[in-house]
Design a binder for this molecule. Structure first.
Ligand code: NAD
Length: 292
């Protein structure tokens, strides 16, 4: 029993995810450009693969957890990549956050070669990956989702098949749009409270108990008021994700005016040198607008 899995991309998220699959009884061959990450998986009971093709060899399912679109394009569609080397019937699950259009391109290129593909981006951060409590939003065919479900069960808690290829990425884009917007507004609330001489902690405590309550207020209001911005989820990654949000909006021919503003705020944070801080550091941008 158990599935033979090739896992490419053993970073902050992929490393604990691959280890959970090993712990759940699957045979996992892992590959990453970073050889230390490969060694870590081998120490956790996986097989150290020496290339993408080596990780894919013999795999029934290939999972990718890579930074962004160009990496997925290279590893999946490129020469010697997953589609080039996998045997027909193999299921490719891309769990990276990329453009919906990239997932659709991967799925049709896979189908042309007799392979199957799902897009399955995640939410929940590093903690969610470590604790196997990720939310997983899945785009693709129902039968492929059913085949992947036992693997997802080892990684997450909220696992939803949301539609055809690309739909998982659209849901993830919507998630990042809302998260970015909430960070921007909580930042504006803090700046308003402090500049008015009101204790921001006390003010946000009240907000967290009323209609404005949300998880970001719950989890981050203390660290934001204290100006603690160590990641977490880096501004640089949220910048990438706002690019995906606006690309998805363009593909769907819709206007997201607040999303556009949020994207510019995240850009400003990056331009001001905050790219490696947590995305709650949007507060620093909002403060600077008021000369604080
Ligand atoms: P990461 O940079 O820590 O990991 C990516 C890994 O891919 C790295 O180890 C890198 O060496 C490897 N890699 C890059 N190109 C490669 C190639 N050609 N061949 C083999 N390996 C290659 O990133 P992460 O934080 O694990 O994020 C991965 C994805 O998950 C991103 O799309 C991100 O947006 C998404 N995500 C991240 C979080 C988070 O909190 N970090 C939360 C949800 C979703």
């Amino acid at each position: 029993s158990g599935t033979t899995v090739g896992f490419v991309g053993l970073g902050i998220m992929g490393s604990p995810m691959a280890a959970h699959l090993v712990a759940a009884g699957h045979r996992v061959a892992g590959y990453d450009l970073n050889t230390e990450a490969v060694t870590r998986l081998a120490n956790a009971g996986g097989r150290a693969a020496t290339s993408v093709a080596d990780a894919v060899a013999g795999a029934e399912v290939v999972i990718t957890m890579l930074p962004a679109d160009p990496h997925v394009e290279q590893v999946v569609l490129g020469e010697g990549g997953v589609l080039d080397t996998a045997t027909p019937g193999t299921l490719l699950i891309d769990m990276s956050t990329v453009r919906p259009e990239t997932s659709q391109r991967v799925a049709s290129a896979a189908a042309e070669r007799g392979l199957r593909a799902l897009d399955a981006p995640v939410s929940g951060g590093e903690a969610g990956a470590r604790q196997a409590t990720l939310s997983i939003m899945v785009g693709g065919d129902e039968a492929d989702f059913a085949r992947a479900k036992p693997l997802f069960d080892a990684l997450g808690k909220t696992i939803v098949h949301v539609g055809p290829s690309g739909a998982g990425q659209v849901v993830k884009a919507a998630n990042q749009l809302v998260v970015g917007g909430i960070y921007a507004l909580v930042s504006e609330a803090i700046v308003l409270l402090e500049a008015s001489g009101v204790d921001a902690k006390a003010g946000l405590d009240v907000l967290a108990g009323g209609l404005a309550a949300n998880r970001i207020l719950d989890l981050k209001r203390e660290s934001m008021v204290a100006r603690r911005f160590q990641p977490g989820f880096r501004i640089d990654l949220h910048h990438k994700d706002m690019g995906i949000v606006l690309a998805a909006a363009r593909q769907a021919e819709v206007a997201l005016p607040v999303g556009g503003v949020v994207a510019q705020l995240v850009q400003a944070a990056r331009s001001m040198g905050y790219g490696s801080l947590d995305h709650s550091a949007l507060l620093k941008v909002v403060e600077r607008f008021s000369g604080h």
